[in-house]
Unconditional design. Structure first.
Length: 409
């Protein structure tokens, strides 16, 4: 079969799906591309949802990764409101819940993940919201009026970003985190303490180590019930407690799944005609020396490009170093690498101020860094982490020594 006569189907129209489709065209693939999205929207960026979009600083069109006219121009058939019910690997077809079916020669799964929700009494009430989609933010926006009371469950990136925007909009904000500190899964106590201080100074009632027992109110939640009996008034509740990868389709189709769709360094699944990319995948990381599932835009985009190359018969291994970012108030947190297993922690700058860099070393090598409002430091930290460079901790901490001087030639 000629390239032009073939059909490549992409299930999942988030950033990974949009990037994969565009990359196929850049690689010269001339066949049919069908992009199936469960939401009505063309591919859009999720990070601004809890930041600029919630704050009203950008309109919906500002979220789009690629405009509709451009999708049509490069010949990508976008099908929205398309919930895929099953993959038939033997017949090489994808069947939608409404009965439509699409035959494929190659298939890509960029199904992402969905917000984890609570199973506590009252958690199904209409004003208990996630913050994962455009529709979620549209439900939340009417509550974002000065003086209204928002209770945010979860002290991770989504929870803290939402808290920062809500304070800017004049809401009364309570953040409830079950662990002893915020951002506990991604950083050290010193950095957690910095962000806790920043939020409390902004007027957030931030509580850690709390246990939620349920929600009271009918038809909407009016109070969040804590263990011990305290009740926190709420006009709206936002739940930001993590992501569940959408692997059910892959599992039902008999693909290997283990905390994500299992892929190799080329984004290849256990089926030679199916690739996968993004938040839904479990991939080998050369940088970490183990398998990992990452929830990051950078991972989604770069792995999608790798998946496209595999589909196009031009495989190139995915070997990116993970990095992340978060905007809160006037601060930009940028993180590179993963700090688990570090044996030395070094700070450049003042944790008591509003700009610093934190470095994580293992056996004398830099494995991760967090930079708060220090973009130049982050730029050089990325290079040092990617090289697993041996660095003198004293020079890392010494602000009179430019970080660029520590990057090996």
């Amino acid at each position: 079969m000629s390239d032009a006569a073939s059909t490549y189907v992409i299930v999942g129209a988030g950033q990974a799906g949009g990037e994969l489709a565009a990359e196929l065209r850049k690689l010269g693939y001339a066949g049919r591309i069908v992009l199936l999205g469960e939401e009505p929207h063309i591919p859009y960026r999720r990070p601004p949802l809890s930041k600029a979009y919630l704050a009203g600083e950008i309109a919906e069109a500002g979220l789009y990764v690629i405009q509709e006219a451009q999708l049509a121009k490069i010949g990508v058939e976008f099908v929205g409101n398309a919930r895929v019910a099953a993959i038939d690997r033997a017949a090489k077809t994808v069947r939608l819940a409404d009965g439509r079916a699409f035959a494929y020669d190659k298939l890509a799964l960029t199904t992402g993940g969905r917000a984890r929700m609570l199973t506590l009494p009252g958690a199904e009430r209409p004003n208990v919201l996630a913050l994962r989609t455009i529709a979620d933010v549209q439900k939340l926006k009417p509550y974002c009026q000065p003086g209204r009371r928002i209770v945010i469950i979860g002290g991770g990136f989504i929870g803290l970003e939402t808290a920062a925007v809500a304070r800017k909009l004049g809401l009364q904000v309570t953040v409830l985190e079950g662990l002893p500190r915020v951002l506990a899964r991604v950083t050290v106590p010193e950095v957690s303490a910095f962000f806790e201080r920043v939020h409390r100074e902004a007027g957030v009632d931030l509580r850690t180590g709390v246990q939620i027992e349920g929600f009271e109110g009918e038809p909407d939640v009016t109070q969040v019930l804590l263990a011990g009996g305290e009740k926190i008034p709420a006009d709206v509740v936002v739940v930001g407690i993590g992501l569940t990868p959408n692997t059910e389709l892959a599992e039902a189709a008999g693909l290997a799944v283990d905390n994500g769709i299992v892929v190799d360094e080329h984004a290849q699944t256990s089926d030679p005609d199916i690739v996968a990319a993004g938040d839904c995948t479990n991939h080998p990381s050369e940088f970490l020396g183990r398998r990992v599932r990452l929830e990051s835009v950078q991972n989604a985009m770069e792995q999608a490009r790798s998946a496209a190359r595999t589909m196009a018969g031009k495989p190139d291994p995915y070997r990116a170093v993970p990095w992340f970012w978060s905007d809160q108030y006037d601060l930009k947190l940028q993180m590179v690498g993963l700090s688990s297993g570090f044996d030395r922690f070094v700070v450049r700058g003042d944790l008591g101020g509003r700009a610093f860099a934190a470095f994580y070393l293992k056996d004398g090598r830099l494995i991760a860094a967090d930079a708060v409002s220090r973009p130049q430091d982050f730029m050089f930290a990325k290079k040092l982490v990617a090289m697993a460079a041996s660095v003198d901790p004293a020079q890392l901490a010494d602000e009179s020594v430019p970080l660029k001087n520590l990057v090996p030639a």
